[in-house]
Design a protein around this ligand. Sequence first.
Ligand SMILES: *Cc1c(COP(=O)(O)O)cnc(C)c1O
Length: 421
Amino acid sequence: MHQPPLPSLAATDPEIAHLVEGEAQRQFDKLRLIASENYVSQAVLEASSTVLTNKYSEGYVGRRYYEGQQFIDPVETLAVDRAKELFGVEHANVQPYSGSPANLAVYLAFAKPGDTVMGMGLPFGGHLTHGWSVSATGKWFSSVRYGVRADTGRVDMDEVRDLAREHRPKLIFCGGTAIPRTIDYPAFAEIAREVGAVLVADIAHIAGLIAGGAHPSPVGHADVISTTTHKTLRGPRGAMLMSTAEHAKALDKAVFPGLQGGPHNHTTAAIAVALREASAPAFGEYAHTVVANARALAEALVERGFDLVSGGTDNHLILVDLTSKGVAGKPTAKALDEAGIELNYNTVPFDPRKPFDPSGVRLGTAAITTRGLRPEQMPRVAEWIDTVVTATAKGEQGEVLPTVSAEISELLSGYPMPGWA
Ligand SMILES: *Cc1c(COP(=O)(O)O)cnc(C)c1O
C-alpha cells in the first residue's frame, strides 16, 4: 500500500487512487535502471504533498508580489542556503519548474534569438535543451554541436576547441543525459574563456554524485550550473540554477519574471529537505555506492560480451551498444521491462539506426542503490539482462521473461521502498 495511505483520494477519485497504488507496487517490484530516476525519501514525499501548494509567491524572498509569505520566505531561504552550502556556490535559484525551463532561463539570461550556442549533440549524449533541432533552443538559436571520438567514445575536446574558435558561441553547455564518463570542467572552462563564452555545466544527471563527492565539481570552472533535483540528487521533480554572485541577477530575472510565474512552494520545501539529506555523511556513502554499483555492473556486462560505449563508466550510467548481440534497443527494452527490468532504449554514438529504434540501451544505478543493492549483487543483475537479451536475440523467449521477473521481485521484496509498505 502507498505510504502515506491515500484514504481521501480513494474516496474522492478511486480511479486515480487505484493507478497511484499500481504505480507504487510497480516501483516496488521492478529493478529500476532508468538512469534519470530514483526513489525519494519518505520525508521528501511528505514535504511535496503539503498545503504549501496552495500559496502564490511570485518574486523572491523579501520581494514578493503577494502577501502572506511569513512561512514561505523562510522555506525558500532554507532551500537556497542549503544549495549554496552543499555545492559551495555564491548564488542559487531554486524556482525553476524543471531542468528544461531552467536551461531556457540560461538562454534568456545570456543570449538573444539567433545567437550562436554550443552543446553536445543529442545522439552523442547531449540534452534536447542544449540546442537540439526539435527543441526551442535549436529553433531559436543557431546551434553548434560537438560529439565524442569514434575510437574512445569520449568527448572530443579537440573538436570542442576547434568548433568554439570557429563559431565563437555565446554559451557552451557541457554535460548531458547519456555520458558515462567524467566531465572535464577545467578543459571546458579554458575553451570558454578563450572564446568569451559563458560556460554552463548541466549537472542534471550527476548532481547527487557531485554533492556526495563521487564526481568532480564544476564550481570554480563553470559560470553557471544547471541541475534537476530529481535524478541522483534524490529530491522532488524540480531544478536549480547556481552561479557566482556576478551572474545572480541575470539568472534570477530570467527565471522570474522572464520565464515563470509563481514558484511551486511545496516543491521548494521538498528540495530543501532533499538538500538537507544530501549534506549528511550517509549521502556521500550513497553517491560512492552508486558509482561502485555502476562499475560492478559494467564489468559484469563486459564479461558477458556486452559492448559498452567508452568501454565502461565513471559515474552512475552505462550505455550499451547491442549491435554485437544481434538485437536492437527497443525490442530489448520492451523484453526487459516484461522481465521486471526497467530501462530505456537509447541511441549510441554514430548510431546507424533511427532514434525511435536505436542500437542501444541506457542503464543507471541511482535507484537500485537507494533500494539497498550492493556491488556484490551486480553480477546477478548482469546475468538477468544477458538471459533476456540472449533469448530475445534468438527469438526464444518462452518462459524466460516471467521467470526472470519472478526472481527479481523475490529479491526486491527484501529491500524496502519509501512510499510503499
Ligand atoms: C533531465 C535533464 C534535463 C531536463 O530535465 P527535465 O526536468 O526533464 O526538464 C536537462 N538537462 C540534462 C542534462 C538532463 O539530463
